[in-house]
Ligand binder design. Structure first.
Ligand code: ADP
Ligand code: MG
Length: 267
């Protein structure tokens, strides 16, 4: 079924949004099982280019698994993943070339930052560019410095990740993902391992990205972020979409009793 896409929020004066086809995600009738357990149960979802979709719901709802299906970290058992202009059908094997393209165009940030502890912050952001994009060390490090500056961490370039706070490490992880020039960014509870004030630094970077028109799918327990920043809200429970639509509408007047119950528990 076609999922209605809400109007994208714009910053005042902002005009240069990416073209409609550049960074869209379309999931059609996605099913993912682990053994007998159906974890994602016939989910269809659209993220238009430049749109921010927040995915909320109780633990175990299948949010992470759904997100991981978008970049094929999990292979769906059936359904279609249409992302960055490539269609992946669960029935057809994925070529290495398509997978490489997918990894380049879809950046992901996890709850645990997964930085390389033995590399400096600069090398963490530069190395994937050298490996994946095949550019020179000089060029990669120049771009890394620009991105570290953008997330407010240029002065940490020569440090090792272990010397950085959790909030800084997560911003480095975001810079590393951005370094490959993704069209789409996936975030899986990027602040849930952080103290609230460190989470705010990360959310600020994410707000900026959203305002710049990055296509984003964000699994989050930050209800303020979900309400303020997302264009479209998806509420999941038991592997399915409970309801979705305008975030303000869902927060003020949820249709489903289970949404109401969930929001009451977390707000
Ligand atoms: P959420 O992110 O909403 O908390 P998940 O997608 O992580 O939910 O998990 C949904 C369900 O799938 C949970 O019951 C979880 O235990 C199960 N699950 C997730 N990953 C695996 C896995 N690799 N193997 C087996 N079960 C898994
Ligand atoms: Mg999860």
């Amino acid at each position: 079924p076609e999922v209605p896409v809400s109007e994208t929020k714009h910053l005042p004066g902002q005009t240069d949004r990416p073209s409609e086809s550049a960074g869209a995600v379309r999931l059609t009738s996605l099913v993912k099982r682990f053994g007998d357990h159906v974890v994602v149960n016939d989910v269809s979802m659209d993220v238009a280019a430049g749109e921010v979709v927040a995915i909320i719901g109780p633990s175990g709802a299948g949010k992470s698994t759904l997100l991981r299906c978008i970049n094929l970290l999990e292979r769906p058992d059936s359904g279609i993943v249409d992302v960055a202009g490539i269609q992946f059908d669960a029935a057809t094997p994925v070529s290495g070339k398509d997978l490489a393209r997918l990894r380049r165009h879809v950046g992901m940030v996890f709850q645990s930052f997964n930085l390389f502890p033995h590399l400096t912050v600069l090398r963490n952001v530069a190395l994937p560019q050298e490996r994946v994009l095949g550019i020179s060390r000089t060029e990669a490090e120049e771009k890394a410095i620009r991105l570290l500056d953008r997330v407010g961490l240029k002065d940490k370039a020569k440090q090792y990740p272990g010397r950085c706070s959790g909030g800084q490490q997560q911003r480095i992880a975001i810079a590393r993902a951005l370094a490959l020039g993704p069209q789409i960014m996936l975030f899986d509870e990027p602040t849930s391992a952080l103290d609230p004030e460190l989470g705010l630094e990360v959310l600020a970077v994410m707000r900026e990205l959203a305002a710049e028109g990055m296509t984003m799918a964000v699994v989050t327990h930050e209800m303020h972020f979900a309400r303020d920043v997302s264009d479209h809200l998806v509420v999941m429970a038991d592997g399915a979409i409970l309801e979705e639509g305008d975030p303000d509408r869902i927060f003020t007047d949820p249709e489903q009793p289970r949404t109401r119950q969930f929001l009451r528990a977390v707000l």
